[in-house]
Design a protein around this ligand. Structure first.
Ligand SMILES: [Zn+2]
Length: 371
């Protein structure tokens, strides 16, 4: 089976996707000899914190370095290559399972020894918020006055839980969710590398399923590629496999709303249920479409500005829809669907809830603001 995450694991800072606000200054610091001795990488899971920590270690320990562009050929570079065997001098520790004072004391003791074969001994402490206060305090002195061979990287999804005394002694880099556009570029690049043809609309869905995480997007892409035929990744396959609502259904419901076409609204609900689509998923997708229409109404250049991510033909359709419905009706519909969506959570009769929601959408606004 295809593990894209392993195949396309980055080995240089420049290859980390969508975190340039971290990787560019970090590369400069390394190349100018101003790298700090302790870093704190925070942010959502799957965005490259641990990958960057490993790359930092590789960059610091390259025999030609420290350099942001490790040579890839020296012993250290090969040991620390993506999917390489690792180095005895680069220690990854999961604080979730080594959170106590004894672990911290042991680390403190071992850290004092010079590295076996490298320039630096690097400790990568993942899930660092899990360290107990005692353990964190035991490390504090080491972080305050480290021996010259020692480097630390703390990584965590929960920066607020990191002891302030540790935080203040590190250089802190917050990671971000990767934008859908950037994810799509990366997905397209991987498809090209794999020789798999694709429809742009399919990749847009994969990026959406990835929800800002490169790792999750890669995993979804791997699944779709594994199940794809000779025509590659098609929108139809992606929409079916990922359980998103087909854009055609969303067009129908929005058009029915604009036309106050009751029979069509209920026909759409019937299609949703008959096709086995989760009514909650459908309502969430309708809400997202309404959001896009509101944004398009207010910001005609939304697509160019990256506020909306959809292929050009879909944008054109949505522009028509948003002009037909108008801001008042769009905004009111979005409110209704938003409330309806929370009612659908845990509903025992989701079809019924969805039908009642459609009925509410068809009612004219009480203040008579609509034609
Ligand atoms: Zn090297």
């Amino acid at each position: 089976s295809l593990a894209l995450y392993r195949t396309y694991r980055p080995g240089r800072l420049a290859d980390v996707i969508g975190q340039e606000h971290v990787t560019v200054p970090l590369a400069r610091a390394i190349d100018t000899g101003r790298a700090h001795h302790a870093y704190l990488f925070t942010g959502p899971r799957g965005c490259g914190k641990t990958s960057t920590a490993r790359i930092l270690a590789r960059s610091l320990n390259c025999e030609q370095g420290p350099t942001s562009d490790p040579c890839g050929e020296c012993g250290s570079c090969q040991d620390l290559a993506p999917n390489g065997p690792g180095s005895i001098d680069v220690v990854e520790m999961d604080a979730a399972s080594h959170r106590g004072i004894d672990d911290a004391r042991e680390l403190r003791e071992k850290a004092m020894y010079a590295p076996a074969a490298s320039r630096y001994k690097v400790y990568i402490i993942d899930e660092a918020h899990q360290l107990t206060v005692d353990a964190a305090n035991a490390l504090l002195k080491l972080i305050e006055e480290p021996p010259p061979h020692l480097r630390f990287v703390f990584a965590t999804t929960e920066p607020d839980k990191i002891l302030a005394t540790i935080r203040s002694r590190t250089h802190h880099y917050p990671y971000r969710l990767v934008t859908a556009r950037r994810l799509q570029e990366h997905l397209a690049w991987m498809c090209d590398q794999e020789g798999v043809p694709y429809e742009a609309e399919a990749l847009a869905l994969v990026a959406r399923a990835g929800a800002g995480s490169v790792r999750d997007a890669q995993s979804v892409l791997g699944q779709l590629i594994a199940g794809s035929g000779p025509e590659g990744l098609t929108y139809a396959d992606a929409v079916a496999q990922l359980g998103f609502t087909d854009a055609a259904l969303l067009d129908r419901v929005v058009d029915a709303l604009a036309d106050s076409d009751g029979p069509e609204m209920f026909a759409v609900v019937d299609s949703v249920v008959e096709s086995g689509l989760d009514p909650r998923r459908f309502a969430a997708d309708v809400l997202e479409r309404l959001r896009d229409l509101v944004v398009l109404h207010e910001v005609p250049e939304a697509a160019d500005q990256g506020l909306i991510d959809a292929p050009d033909n879909v944008i054109a359709t949505m522009k028509e829809q948003s002009a037909r419905l108008g801001l008042a009706q769009l905004s009111r519909a979005a409110d209704l669907v938003s409330v309806g969506l929370s009612e659908l959570k845990g509903a025992t009769a989701p079809r019924l809830q969805l039908e009642l929601l459609m009925a509410r959408l068809l009612l004219p606004a009480a203040d008579g603001s609509e034609a």
